[in-house]
Structures are given as C-alpha cells and as structure tokens.
Design a protein around this ligand. Structure first.
Ligand code: G3P
Length: 219
C-alpha cells in the first residue's frame, strides 16, 4: 500500500519524506490554511521534496473554471514535475465534467469529498486517476467509514477499474491497518498519524535498556 502525507506543511513534508516511506502528498484548502504556507510557496517547493503524486485542489465550482484552474496549476509547474500533478476535484456533476476533460488532456485527477460507493463509481467512470473517500468524516457522522472502503474496493475489483482508492480523512493508526487489510491502494495520513504509526513504547523501552546494558559491557 502506498502512503501519502495529508498536509501542506512543507517543513513536515521535508522531515517525514526523509523517512523514505512517503509515496505522495495530498493537500486541500483547509490544510493550506493550517500550514501557514501560501499556495504559491507550496506549488514552488512541494514537487522538489516528494517525487510522487501531489494533489492540489481547485476551488472553482463550474467545470470550465475548474479546468482553467487546473491548467493554470500545470502551467506554473516546471515541466519535469508535471507528471506528478493530481488535480483535486470535488465530487459534483460539474466536477465529473471537469474530470472527463482533464483526463482527455492527460492531466491526473483526484476526486475528493467522496462519501458513497456510487460517487466513487461515477468518478471512476469519468476517468478519475484517484478517488478519495473521507472515512473519518463518515465515522464522525455515525457511519462506519471503513465499510465504504470495502464497498468501493469490491466494486473496483469486480470490474478491474484502474482508478486508485486513496483512503482519506484518517483519524488514527487503526484506520491505516484496516485500509491495508482491505487492500486499498493508498492511505493519506496526517503527519501526527505517521508518527504514531512509527512509535511503540516497547521499542522505546527496549532502546533504553539496551543502552543501559551497553554501559555494563566490557570494552
Ligand atoms: O485530504 C483531506 C482529508 O483527508 C480530510 O481530512 O480530517 O479534514 O476529515 P479531515
């Protein structure tokens, strides 16, 4: 399973990419606002840090405007990095139209704010490179988000659909384990969840006791 970082914080991306486990990055307007970095700064630097799909979201609501915005992002990105752009498009009928046009132009898309298997199916049929079901927000709403991932994976496997599933809106490390067991293509994880995935108190205790015992070793 591929792991993407769900953040627009360039410092976090730089640090966590150095672990060697990050395959891509997803951003959205909320993550940009939280990061303190401007869209221009992110656009200028993010491709130089991670060599993998980078999702950048459009904020237009009409298909033509979404397409123009997406083309603008592509134009501003140096040619060698353009293969890594994934334009995040909200899951609406206008979004589907935009996905169809961008797909024909060879621009990768990530259909976001997916909350049902039917939405995922439609996004895939429009040609989306990725779909992003938001499981944490479903959990928050009293619906089991992981069931949605099972449904989408079943449907995509039944028809050999090439669209990749990005499990998004991840709230804790168990979400990542469950997504991996189901066979989801990608989990996009906030930095704090990646850190939790790496940590175990028994690892820390083990290191402490090994270091202590090393002092007793005759050298
Ligand atoms: O890519 C953003 C998505 O993962 C949303 O996360 O925590 O705002 O529901 P959250």
């Amino acid at each position: 399973m591929k792991l993407f970082l769900d953040t627009a914080d360039l410092n976090e991306i730089r640090e966590l990419a150095s672990w060697g486990v990050i395959d891509g990055v997803t951003t959205n307007p909320t993550l940009l606002a939280k990061s303190g970095f401007s869209f221009q700064e992110v656009l200028a630097q993010i491709f130089t840090i991670v060599d993998g799909p980078i999702s950048l979201e459009v904020i237009s609501e009409k298909a033509d405007d979404m397409v123009n915005e997406a083309q603008g992002i592509v134009k501003k990105t140096p040619e060698k990095y353009r293969k890594n752009i994934a334009i995040k498009i909200p899951m609406t009928p206008e979004g589907l139209k935009a996905v169809r046009i961008l797909t024909r132009e060879g621009i990768h898309t990530n259909v976001t704010l997916v909350f049902s298997a039917n939405q995922a199916l439609l996004a895939a049929k429009a040609g989306a490179t990725y779909v992003s079901p938001f499981i944490g927000r479903l959990d928050d709403n009293g619906q089991d988000g992981m069931v949605l991932i099972e449904e989408i994976m079943d449907i995509f496997n039944n028809y050999d659909i090439e669209t990749e599933v990005i499990v998004a809106s991840i709230r804790h490390p168990i979400h990542v384990i469950d997504a991996a067991r189901i066979g989801a293509d990608i989990a996009t994880v906030p930095p704090e969840i990646l850190r939790k995935m790496a940590k175990h108190p028994l690892t820390d205790n083990g290191i402490k006791s090994f270091l202590k015992d090393w002092e007793k070793v005759k050298k």
